[in-house]
Ligand binder design. Structure first.
Ligand code: MF3
Ligand code: CO
Ligand code: CO
Length: 262
């Protein structure tokens, strides 16, 4: 996979293309987050995604990726990521629904994810899980400066998550992105001595912590081969942004409004 190669350094027209792809992805995700309500099935949400994606002029990069059967990943409660949409999976009030969308616009990829609580305010635990996961993403983004390493991101994400009593998923990691959805470098959300890439201006990466209330261990559904769940059925939550490394502040390409200061 292209993840193994050297990180791409993007400039000029490529950066413009990546920016545009990331923006349209963020816009479609925003519309989806506002549309998801209890009573819909995850299949309904995927069909709505198909419609919004078509209207946006982009294409789903998830559909058909290594055989993935849906337009996007819709993962509920103990589902961690890559959940396959089902006609019999009805979203309940208070469910944590993570919506992870990857689009291709004119040959460039955008990738962003957000978790919402369907139909009602989250319980205190769910609220804390969502807050900690989003804060962990921003702690990672705050390390996305030239000269820093992917390990600086991993350390920042992991320490925030664990200080709050939650666990960080190890089996799925962030990644470079640009012409392909998954490029080098691997962006781990935990500290791994020795394994690191120095960040350089022009690199574009996705930081996407998956945080669990229980164990960090996960299992893949044996029947569909995709849906990832927490091993102990505890809750999971994910936020993801696509970030361009610049000469100074990181540019958060999937943020529609004013980004949080980093
Ligand atoms: N959007 C995911 C990511 O953040 C990847 C999607 S996997 C697929 O890396 F199978 F759905 F394509
Ligand atoms: Co994603
Ligand atoms: Co990603």
């Amino acid at each position: 996979m292209s993840r193994d190669r050297k990180p791409q350094i993007y400039s000029g027209r490529d950066v413009e293309g990546i920016r545009a792809a990331a923006k349209v992805t963020a816009e479609v995700l925003e519309r989806l987050c506002q549309a998801v309500v209890p009573g819909m099935t995850t299949f309904d949400v995927d069909m709505l995604a198909a419609e919004y994606i078509r209207a946006s002029g982009a294409k789903s990069a998830d559909l058909g990726y290594e055989g993935f059967p849906c337009y996007m990943c819709i993962s509920v409660n103990e589902e961690v990521c890559h959940a396959v949409a089902r006609r019999d999976h009805i979203i309940q009030p208070g469910d944590l629904v993570s919506l992870d969308l990857t689009l291709n616009l004119n040959g460039y990829c955008g990738d962003t994810c957000r978790t919402i609580c369907a139909g009602m305010p989250p319980s205190p635990t769910r609220q804390k899980l969502m807050q900690v996961t989003e804060d962990a993403l921003w702690a990672g983004i705050a390390q996305a400066y030239p000269g820093k390493t992917t390990n600086d991101i991993g350390r920042a994400v992991q320490s925030l998550v664990e200080a709050n009593g939650f666990s960080i998923v190890r089996d799925f990691v962030g990644h470079g992105i640009g012409r392909h959805m998954h490029e080098a470098p691997e962006v781990r959300h935990y500290y791994t001595p020795g394994q690191e890439t120095v960040l350089r201006p022009g690199m574009c990466i996705c930081i996407e912590p998956m945080v669990n209330t229980g164990t960090w261990r996960v299992v893949v559904d044996r029947k569909d081969g995709w849906t990832v769940r927490t091993a102990d059925q505890s809750l999971s939550c994910q936020f993801e942004h696509q970030v361009l490394i610049t000469h100074n502040k990181p540019e958060i390409l999937t943020c529609l409004n004013n980004p949080r200061t980093v």
